[in-house]
Write a protein of this length. Structure first.
Length: 221
C-alpha cells in the first residue's frame, strides 16, 4: 500500500489491485452458471468499490469530512492513513498498518483465500466424478466457498471500511444465504437420500452446529 501523504487519484492502482484480487478469486471459484456469475459479480463489485475509495476517490472520507474534522481536528483527510477509519475512530496511535484490526484483516484474508482454494479443489474433483463433495472443508460445512467469501469481505472491512462496502456486506451475506438454499435444493434432486443424510449431519455455515431453522427454508429461492 502507498504510505505517502496523499494516495488518491491513483487509478492505475485501483485497476491493478482490483484485477489481482478478482482474478485470484476467479481462479478458485470458476463461475459456470448464471447463478455463479451473479455471486462472483457481486463479490467483484465489492472489491472494485473498495479499491476505488482506497486509491481513487475517498468518497466516505469526503461525505464524513465535516464530522471527522470536528471530532478529530488534527486529522489529515488527504493522508492515506486517514482511510483506516477504524484506527481513527478507536483513537489508535501510530501507523494503522500495524494495528490489531489491520493484522486481523490479513488473517481473515489469508484464511479466506486458503479455504476458497481447498473448497474448490474438493468440489472440482467431486464434479469430475459426478459425486457429492463431502471431504475436506465440506466435511465440516455444506458451503465452505461462501464462508470463504464472507471471510475475505470481512477482512477488507476490518482494513478499510467505506460506507458503500459496509452497506454491501450484509446484502452479499443474504445473497450467499439464498444461493446456498438454492444449491441445496438442486443437490437434493441430484443425490436424493445421500444428500439428506449429508445435510443432517453437516451444518450449513457454522462448524459443529446443524441448523434446523436453515433447513426449514428449503424450497425457498
Amino acid at each position: 500500500m502507498n504510505h505517502g501523504e496523499t494516495a488518491y487519484g491513483l487509478w492505475s492502482l485501483v485497476i491493478l489491485n482490483s484485477a489481482i484480487f478478482i482474478l485470484f478469486a476467479f481462479s478458485f471459484f470458476k463461475p459456470a452458471t448464471a447463478r455463479d456469475w451473479r455471486t462472483f459479480g457481486a463479490f467483484a463489485s465489492f472489491i472494485v468499490a473498495l479499491f476505488v475509495e482506497m486509491y481513487g476517490f475517498p468518497l466516505t472520507i469526503y461525505l464524513l469530512s465535516g464530522w471527522l474534522q470536528t471530532r478529530f481536528p488534527n486529522l489529515d483527510l488527504l493522508s492515506h492513513n486517514s482511510g483506516h477509519l477504524w484506527s481513527t475512530l478507536l483513537g489508535e496511535k501510530g501507523d494503522p498498518h500495524f494495528g490489531v484490526l489491520h493484522i486481523a484483516s490479513y488473517a481473515f484474508l489469508g484464511m479466506g483465500f486458503y479455504l476458497l482454494s481447498n473448497a474448490w479443489n474438493v468440489l472440482y474433483h467431486a464434479q469430475r466424478h459426478h459425486s457429492l463433495a463431502t471431504t475436506g472443508p465440506y466435511a465440516y460445512v455444506r458451503h465452505p466457498q461462501y464462508i470463504a467469501f464472507a471471510m475475505i469481505l470481512l477482512g477488507f472491512l476490518l482494513q478499510w471500511p467505506t460506507l458503500l462496502t459496509l452497506l454491501m456486506f450484509p446484502i452479499l451475506l443474504m445473497m450467499y444465504g439464498r444461493l446456498a438454499v438454492t444449491e441445496e435444493n438442486e443437490m437434493r434432486k441430484l443425490f436424493g437420500a445421500m444428500y439428506e443424510t449429508y445435510a443432517q449431519k453437516t451444518p450449513r455455515f457454522i462448524p459443529g452446529l446443524v441448523s434446523k431453522l436453515g433447513d426449514e427454508t428449503r424450497g425457498n429461492t
